[in-house]
Design a protein around this ligand. Sequence first.
Ligand SMILES: *[C@@H]1O[C@H](CO)[C@@H](O)[C@H](O)[C@H]1NC(C)=O
Ligand SMILES: *[C@@H]1O[C@H](CO)[C@@H](O)[C@H](O)[C@H]1NC(C)=O
Ligand SMILES: *[C@@H]1O[C@H](CO)[C@@H](O)[C@H](O)[C@H]1NC(C)=O
Ligand SMILES: *[C@@H]1O[C@H](CO)[C@@H](O)[C@H](O)[C@H]1NC(C)=O
Ligand SMILES: *[C@@H]1O[C@H](CO)[C@@H](O)[C@H](O)[C@H]1NC(C)=O
Ligand SMILES: *[C@@H]1O[C@H](CO)[C@@H](O)[C@H](O)[C@H]1NC(C)=O
Ligand SMILES: *[C@@H]1O[C@H](CO)[C@@H](O)[C@H](O)[C@H]1NC(C)=O
Ligand SMILES: *[C@@H]1O[C@H](CO)[C@@H](O)[C@H](O)[C@H]1NC(C)=O
Ligand SMILES: *[C@@H]1O[C@H](CO)[C@@H](O)[C@H](O)[C@H]1NC(C)=O
Ligand SMILES: *[C@@H]1O[C@H](CO)[C@@H](O)[C@H](O)[C@H]1NC(C)=O
Ligand SMILES: *[C@@H]1O[C@H](CO)[C@@H](O)[C@H](O)[C@H]1NC(C)=O
Ligand SMILES: *[C@@H]1O[C@H](CO)[C@@H](O)[C@H](O)[C@H]1NC(C)=O
Length: 712
Amino acid sequence: MPSFTVPPVVTFVLLLILASTATACTEHDKHSLLGFLAELSRDGGLAMSWRDNGTDCCEWEGITCNEDGAVTKVSLGSKGLEGRISPSLADLTSLLHVNLSYNSFFGGLPRELMSSGSTIVLDVSFSRLNGPLPELPSLVTTDRPLQVLNISSNQLGSEFPSATWKMMKNLIALNASNNSFTGYMPSSLCIGSPSLTLLDLCYNQLSGDIPTTLGDCSKLKVLKVGHNNLNGTLPVEIFRATLLEYLSFPNNGLQGELDGAQMVKLSNLLTLDLGGNNFSGNIPESIGQLRRLEELHLGNNNMSGKLPSTLSNCKNLKTIDLKINNFNGDIGKVNFATLQNLKSLDLMRNNLSGVLPESIYSCSNLTALRLSVNHFHGEISLRIGNLKHLSFLSLVRNSFTNITKTLHALKSCRNISTLLIGRNFMNEAMPQDEVIDGFQNLQYLSVHDCSLTGKIPIWLSKLTNLKILGVYSNQLTGPMPSWINSLNHLFHLNVSNNSLTGEIIITLMQMPMFKSDKAGIYSEQGLLDLGVITYATDLSPLQYRIGSTWPKVLNLGKNKFTGVIPQEIGHLKALLYLNLSSNNFYGEIPQTIGNLTNLQRLDLSNNHLTGEIPASLQTLHFLSEFNISNNDLEGPIPTTGQLSTFQASTFNGNPKLCSSLLLNHCDLVEAPPISIISAKQCSNKVIFVIAFGVFFAVGVLYDQLVLFRYFG
Ligand SMILES: *[C@@H]1O[C@H](CO)[C@@H](O)[C@H](O)[C@H]1NC(C)=O
Ligand SMILES: *[C@@H]1O[C@H](CO)[C@@H](O)[C@H](O)[C@H]1NC(C)=O
Ligand SMILES: *[C@@H]1O[C@H](CO)[C@@H](O)[C@H](O)[C@H]1NC(C)=O
Ligand SMILES: *[C@@H]1O[C@H](CO)[C@@H](O)[C@H](O)[C@H]1NC(C)=O
Ligand SMILES: *[C@@H]1O[C@H](CO)[C@@H](O)[C@H](O)[C@H]1NC(C)=O
Ligand SMILES: *[C@@H]1O[C@H](CO)[C@@H](O)[C@H](O)[C@H]1NC(C)=O
Ligand SMILES: *[C@@H]1O[C@H](CO)[C@@H](O)[C@H](O)[C@H]1NC(C)=O
Ligand SMILES: *[C@@H]1O[C@H](CO)[C@@H](O)[C@H](O)[C@H]1NC(C)=O
Ligand SMILES: *[C@@H]1O[C@H](CO)[C@@H](O)[C@H](O)[C@H]1NC(C)=O
Ligand SMILES: *[C@@H]1O[C@H](CO)[C@@H](O)[C@H](O)[C@H]1NC(C)=O
Ligand SMILES: *[C@@H]1O[C@H](CO)[C@@H](O)[C@H](O)[C@H]1NC(C)=O
Ligand SMILES: *[C@@H]1O[C@H](CO)[C@@H](O)[C@H](O)[C@H]1NC(C)=O
């Protein structure tokens, strides 16, 4: 038999024909897909790609078919699609899987797609959908096959459907978070969908009670309904959902006590997050039986009592957040040494007392420790140096003693970047000549309100990464140290309310960050939620931020500085806030202050300044707070421009100042001319001011909600 070989090209063509006949799509399905395409106003090149890939729609980009040539999968996530989602997709009768996430649709999700008789996965998250989510008509009586519905991060609104879920017996995962749904949490969820494993309704506007029927969710593992307006209590029925791993209802209006006898049933819990509600009562002893627990968030509630010793049994805990409650007493009963996985412990603003238990120094993975605003006392043990991962430590507003020992102990914490220890160590001496080194990574140091005596210590000059330094409200004496400009990253310096003396040194006028446009970035890596925006309403201790960008601040107020304000002050162009008030400065206000065009707050009050108000100040278009009262200034108060917008109190206590509006009339009537800034410069700055203004309003709000300004 003569053998012959088939040329490879022929084989290839044969295969191609075979292959395409095997999967060639049906005319019906192709028509449906083209119907989908037709409704798009922008297709991100999809039409071209489909056209170039021939008539077999099974070969089209993002399309998958089964052996019969029926479309089973449409995967068109992140394709830059715009327009409406056409209901014609629902005509694909074998369609199992639809992924249209990360596009820019408008309009809603077609009802036909939700009620499809074939689709099991529907993902339209992050796709800018708006309008209501269609409620399925009750005439749809047969169960829908849908298992996964992800409609999260859209702009869907109106009442969240309730009856729909009765037809969703197969639903496993429902993520509707980050929309604007109103109404109640549906009570039919698990009755209709006994397989439900994941339910995420966070970041909506749902109200009313948590439905008791959630107890029927025997498969539920993830339940997240934080950031809504729910009220009422945590129903006992919920504890029947014993597979729960995430029970998360933060930032609602829930109240009541945690039921210890019930809670133990949730032995699979990994995360318990009930922060930001109005829960009361104590943490039940039985919490120790939640052996898998990793995250415990009960912060911002109204809870009280002692921390139970059984907390030590939750050996997997990584995060304990109990801030802003009324927990009281000693925490010594908790053996922190067993919590080897603990990374973040936040006990801020409670009524805790006693000395810190030794066991806390054995929590070797601790990254963030916040003990501020309590009644702890005693010394910090040298053993704190064992906490090699510690990055954030706040002791603010307790009664700790021995600052020298504390700093010596902490210098071994190589990773520390934020150290807030103000309102402790009352009337002690600022450690001076000791060899305090280490702190290589320290970015934020605050030692305020301690009435510490001594000078600004030389060891600070070694903190070369320091960005924010607050030593205000102590009794520090001596001059401003000349090495200050060696702190290359420092952009927020507050030494106010001390007894510092001498003149404004020239090196202070050479601070790199005050001169440069480079943003003052400070972001905390310590895993704490530092979302409290704080600032002081009086001008002295200023502590505020916009995201991770902080304003550049130089505050020398309330000291005994003297001399003239140097011309070189005009170099500090990046400053947003300059406070030289309540010192003994004399001479004229330098014209060069007008070069600080970013200034929003300027306080020169309570000095002995003489001469006229410099005309250059009219160029400070962003000034929103300005005070030159109680000096010895003379001449006219401007009647036009920025400076004319401030109240009389701004100028008070300067008997030689005159104004057409004051009793003290001027001989010269004309105010100095106002300079004009270019339109471009203006619009940029206006945007910034608006951003800053919004931030400031939020700050005020927070201040009133949180009622104290020590977020440290
Ligand atoms: C479809 O056509 C485009 C050209 O428009 C090409 O880049 C792409 O690789 C083709 N896709 C398939 C699956 O053949
Ligand atoms: C949809 O696609 C995105 C990527 O574009 C992916 O992250 C997501 O997991 C997919 N959804 C489903 C349900 O598979
Ligand atoms: C939508 O949710 C499903 C189920 O949780 C998930 O598998 C999918 O990855 C999510 N989609 C995106 C884009 O994250
Ligand atoms: C739900 O979707 C959002 C994004 O929209 C995501 O951040 C969140 O983790 C998802 N929820 C769950 C439980 O997977
Ligand atoms: C919420 O959705 C918007 C888009 O609508 C998105 O930019 C944002 O990242 C989402 N937030 C979360 C927490 O997923
Ligand atoms: C819960 O909120 C609803 C409205 O959302 C209100 O009618 C009801 O009085 C509230 N219940 C409680 C106990 O505050
Ligand atoms: C918090 O709950 C208590 C009852 O425990 C109630 O008296 C109080 O009004 C609630 N506070 C708020 C702000 O809802
Ligand atoms: C906190 O709980 C107490 C009772 O323990 C109650 O009298 C008080 O009103 C609650 N505070 C708030 C702000 O709800
Ligand atoms: C603080 O705790 C002490 C007991 O340690 C208690 O006597 C006092 O009343 C508590 N204060 C507040 C405001 O709850
Ligand atoms: C600290 O955490 C790491 C994981 O981040 C873990 O591998 C290690 O075992 C923990 N340390 C201790 C002492 O448990
Ligand atoms: C502070 O602690 C150090 C070291 O333990 C000790 O020598 C010193 O006496 C203490 N100072 C005060 C004022 O207690
Ligand atoms: C700073 O201000 C002085 C006086 O107002 C002015 O002469 C000078 O040009 C300004 N310098 C810069 C760089 O703007």
